[in-house]
Design a protein around this ligand. Structure first.
Ligand SMILES: Cc1ncc(COP(=O)(O)O)c(C=O)c1O
Length: 431
């Protein structure tokens, strides 16, 4: 039943029903039917409602799509440093609303910028050691807009084949030629540069810093060397790297443009681009005018969180300790998880099939842990599993629970009939 969900999802993604192109309403109906089946199996881990949560400890109460409520350890939040309830962040949001109201409405080009927007831009530019910054009302836009706005049809964009949807969409919208290299593979990129760089007016190399699929940290220095050798601008998306990996600033200083989101460590909404002043000016004119300004409280939250991040580096060190321990301990328990990386772990469940991933998700939920199920097309075929996020404030007991429950589920689903600890036997065997 759950494997069937994976197939239905993949077909809906391609516009198919039963292997044939179908009208949108039919695709939606087919997907809805498979979602209902998944709800009935209690295995729909997507779109949960978080009823209460403690940002630091990650203790939470959630309600699933099917209406079950449960106290869990939230290993699905991307509030990596636990700042969303930090007193400075909460006070900044409250003050911003009472002093400036909810928003400035519409585009900054037409309706102006708030002081908090200017301050946040200045502090972001300073944090990354760049001349200027530009805020965007969504992280997705902050990644898409520079590619769409800077690159033109006379250019070529070399992009990680599994880069986030926002980067891929921006590249496509630019009209530039798009060439995809294997994730993190500088040798592959080099061979593509030799073939495709010549003839284009300009070129961009686009990568994530902490890869959003499995948390691997990219070797930005090798991309910089290739960018210099082949006359390219280097764009690095730090969505999952900002405030999570202590080498970030040293590594991404080499990028021409750094893009990122406020929706993770900076516990807000919106995103940013930092770069040289001329590039930010060019981008302000092409890619920024036709969207509203970031809401004032969102800018205030991101600014307060950035200051905490900058002034309290021990938080990142605590997170890195938890990440290293979780990766090592999961590997020691037989889990397929990368040895090193950021706070976002992709644990392949059993044989990596979509049905197996959903069964593992259910087993983990039964064990008192909330994580994300990751299926095709979010993961490659055969690599389905669990996305587990770590927090700086998770204590030793939380880490023990996380390792025990995830390892039991991810390994046991590989062996039909073998029950993971936490009482999920019926689900692993039956679905
Ligand atoms: C690598 C990466 N880039 C960009 C984004 C977009 O950010 P947002 O969700 O804040 O719009 C995300 C968010 O999931 C991401 O993971």
């Amino acid at each position: 039943m759950l494997a069937g969900f994976g197939a239905a999802q993949a077909q809906a993604h391609m516009g198919l029903v039963g292997g044939r192109p179908a009208r949108i309403a039919e695709r939606a109906a087919a997907l809805t039917a498979s979602l209902s089946a998944m709800d009935a199996a209690g295995a729909n881990g997507a779109f949960v409602t978080i009823l209460t949560t403690d940002a630091a400890s990650r203790e939470a109460v959630v309600r699933t799509h099917a209406g079950e409520e449960r106290a869990v350890l939230n290993a699905g939040s991307m509030d990596y440093l636990g700042l969303s309830q930090h007193p400075a962040v909460v006070a900044a949001v409250t003050d911003a609303v009472s002093e400036h109201g909810s928003c400035l409405t519409n585009s900054r080009a037409l309706c102006g910028s708030g002081g908090v927007h200017r301050e946040l831009e200045a502090e972001l530019a300073g944090y990354f050691g760049k001349e200027a910054a530009l805020l965007m009302p969504a992280g997705w836009l902050a990644c898409a807009a520079p590619l769409k706005g800077l690159a033109k049809p006379c250019d070529v964009i070399f992009i990680d084949a599994h880069a986030h949807d926002s980067l891929a969409a921006g590249a496509k919208l630019s009209g530039a030629r798009v060439v995809r290299f294997r994730t993190g593979d500088a040798a592959h990129l080099e061979s593509l540069l030799k073939t495709h760089r010549a003839g284009a007016a300009d070129a961009l190399i686009v990568t994530e810093y902490v890869f959003s699929v499995d948390g691997r940290v990219m070797d930005v220095a090798s991309f910089r060397r290739l960018a210099d050798e082949h006359g390219c601008l280097l764009v690095v998306d730090v969505a999952h790297g900002l405030g999570t990996v202590s080498t970030l600033l040293d590594d991404v200083r080499a990028a021409d443009l750094v893009v990122g989101t406020f929706s993770k460590t900076l516990v807000s909404q919106g995103g940013f681009v930092v770069a040289s002043r001329p590039l930010i000016n060019y981008l302000s004119a092409y890619g920024f005018v036709f969207t509203a300004s970031l809401a004032t409280p969102s800018a205030a939250a991101a600014l307060a969180a950035l200051r905490v991040l900058r002034d309290e580096p021990w938080r990142v060190a605590a997170l890195e300790r938890n990440v290293a321990a979780a990766r090592a301990r999961l590997r020691a328990r037989g889990c397929r998880v990368a040895e090193r990386g950021g706070p976002l772990l992709h644990v392949v469940a059993g044989d990596g099939g979509d049905g197996t991933a959903m069964a593992a998700w259910r087993a983990v939920f039964e064990g008192g842990l909330y994580v994300h199920p990751v299926l095709f097309p979010m993961a490659a075929r055969g690599s389905g599993g669990l996305r587990v996020t770590l927090g700086a404030g998770m204590d030793a007991a939380a880490l023990d629970t996380l390792v025990d429950v995830v390892a039991a589920a991810a390994v046991a689903v590989a062996t039909p009939g073998q029950a993971p600890e936490g009482g999920a036997a019926t689900l692993t065997a039956a679905h």
